[in-house]
Design a protein. Sequence first.
Length: 121
Amino acid sequence: MTDVSRDELAARLDEDGLTLLDVRTRGEFEGTTGYPCDLRQGHIPGARHLAVEDILAANGPDEIRLLVRAPEGVEVIAYCHSGGRSAMAVHALGTAGYVARNYVGSWHEWAADAALPFEVG
């Protein structure tokens, strides 16, 4: 598993073919719930919500690929609040044939930088 930095991710947000998964809860993704330590609530632009629980409950690699809806072999970057849930997701994504990377700083790091874009809803 390789990690991705905040700066690398920020530079690649508009990249075609980048699959960015927010593996937090639906409320965290939408910005309706979250942690009080975060100055902002929401998600990174372009991210799709796919809860880590759903990835881990999948019945094998084929079902993971159905959930992710991206071709096998593409790069998938996962993030959560602080890197723990996304680390589990990245491991499972790797078993499904994805080039899976973890944004360890995750939402906690992203939300702390007011210069970085975010979305709610």
